[in-house]
Design a protein around this ligand. Structure first.
Ligand code: SAM
Ligand code: SF4
Length: 331
């Protein structure tokens, strides 16, 4: 019997999770994610939606079970609903999901559900309108709140993501958790990662560790560790009697690379083997050179796994070594 296809790297890690950035553009300008005067890549450099769909299909044929659509803001990419429909039809794909800032969800939530999406991550760092505006530079809190409501009304399970910055929103972690608990939503608190140069704040000074967040939350809630996983880097805690899980994504304080099961496709078609390293393969070149056959594409993906590095080496005491911003990487 032939073995079912699977992608494995040189450290024996199985790669079952693909994150696809469909655009580096965004309707917000979060201070930790991009510079105020960000330059986006020219439209002509982007993969077409057909090319993204083709690459997604090739990964699924190689054993990938989970695809997350992200960006930039994925729901600002023109005709993105069609991509969700195409990927949602892939039979051996276990989960199709997305990460979004929520602003477009009132328009998209039902379409996403119809395409087979069942869970969505929505980013929200503050429940105060002025703070929300400061952190996102251009955002309106109510639009993201409306997006959360629309997702829940459409039947989507919501997980919130909050990047915690010292002296910016660290005093809000309990309020954010309470907001999530009241709606049976999960929430993950994220340590800021040194991706790309920013001059708005000093990332080392803004560092607020997951352990500090946990200690703050424990003033109000009895958090018990679990071994649960949603297939991503979050470590989860539970509160007895509550449906929500409280997660921590802690690239600095709890390196998650040993269990890494994922790779990322940038909007320009670069397959990034690690969030915190530059190892990559140009899949746009491969799909364009081989428009009718997927054999070479599949082979390129299998070969790419050989250069997946052991892990990231984030260090807040030095200048970033990764010059890509998170919107260019696909968070
Ligand atoms: N625009 C969508 C959103 O904000 O959810 C999707 C893309 S965004 C790059 C994905 C996630 O990355 C968001 O939860 C965001 O807060 C997070 N993020 C962006 N820059 C980050 C950084 N430097 N460190 C840690 N998380 C970051
Ligand atoms: Fe846009 Fe998401 Fe980056 Fe904020 S974190 S600027 S919403 S891509």
């Amino acid at each position: 019997m032939p073995h079912p296809p699977q992608l494995t790297d040189q450290f024996g890690r199985r790669i079952t999770y693909l994150r696809i950035s469909v655009t580096d553009r965004c309707d917000l300008r979060c201070v930790y994610c991009m510079a105020a005067d960000v330059q986006f890549v020219p439209h002509r450099s982007l993969l077409t939606l057909e090319e993204i769909s083709r690459i997604g299909r090739a990964f699924v044929s190689l054993g990938v079970k989970k695809i997350r659509i992200t960006g930039g803001e994925p729901l600002t990419r023109k005709n993105v609903a069609e991509l969700f429909r195409q990927l949602g039809r892939l039979e051996s794909l276990g989960e199709l999901t997305l990460t979004t800032n929520g602003t477009q969800l009132p328009r998209f939530a039902e379409t996403l559900y119809g395409a087979g999406v069942r869970r969505v991550n929505i980013s929200i760092d503050s429940l105060h309108a002025t703070r929300f505006r400061d952190i996102t530079r251009t955002g309106t809190l109510q639009r993201t709140l409306d997006g959360i409501d629309a997702a829940l009304a459409a039947g989507l399970k919501v997980k919130l993501n909050a990047v915690v910055l010292k002296n910016r929103n660290h005093d809000e972690v309990t309020d954010l958790a309470t907001f999530a608990l009241a709606r049976d939503m999960d929430i993950s608190f994220i340590e800021e990662m040194p991706l790309g140069l920013i001059d708005e704040h000093d990332r080392a000074e803004a560092y607020y560790s997951s352990n500090q967040v946990l200690a703050d939350l424990r003033q109000s809630y009895p958090l018990l560790p679990t071994t649960e996983s949603s297939g991503g880097p979050s470590r989860y805690f539970r509160i007895p009697g509550r449906a929500s899980r409280i997660g921590f994504i802690s690239p600095h304080s709890h390196n998650f690379c040993d269990q890494c099961n994922r790779v990322r496709l940038t909007a320009e078609g670069r397959l990034l083997l690690c969030l915190g390293q530059e190892h990559s393969v140009d899949l746009r070149r491969v799909v364009r050179a081989n428009p009718t056959s997927d054999d070479v594409l599949q082979q390129a993906i299998v070969e790419a796994m050989k250069i997946k590095p052991r892990g990231h080496e984030f260090d807040l005491s030095t200048k970033p070594v990764i010059f890509r911003h998170m919107n260019a990487t696909g968070g």
